[in-house]
Ligand binder design. Sequence first.
Ligand SMILES: [Zn+2]
Length: 146
Amino acid sequence: MKLTEHFTLEEFTRSTTANRLKIDNSVPADLMPNVQLTAIKLEFVRKTLGKQIIITSGYRCPALNSKVGGVSTSAHTKGLAVDFKSSFGTPKEICQRLIDTGVQFDKLIQEHNQWVHIGFSPTHNRQIVLTAIKQGGKTVYLSGLK
Ligand SMILES: [Zn+2]
């Protein structure tokens, strides 16, 4: 099912972990407006980068979220966040570009130099920028782009 010009619902729900554990990761009807909003916001991100976006994790039902070690309040469980990569450049380069061009987001996280997490709010986007790194085996979030 097509959500916007470049994004399908399937890209938001597919998960190798969900498949392996037979978790039904379909989006509940009440969260569909959030997923739709996220897809619309991602079109702006895609346009800004001028490159394709590969969603590595989109919507996560609570069962899947806990299996992948997500925090219970994760915006992924509300359909309001995605993790992605892009041939535009490194996660840091992607984040820098989105900040420089004034793209709206609630939270933008450069995660371990491996992917970008971007979250949106239906009401108020706070433009929070963080960098996730491993410290002593634990993930810590530093303020700003590192
Ligand atoms: Zn994420």
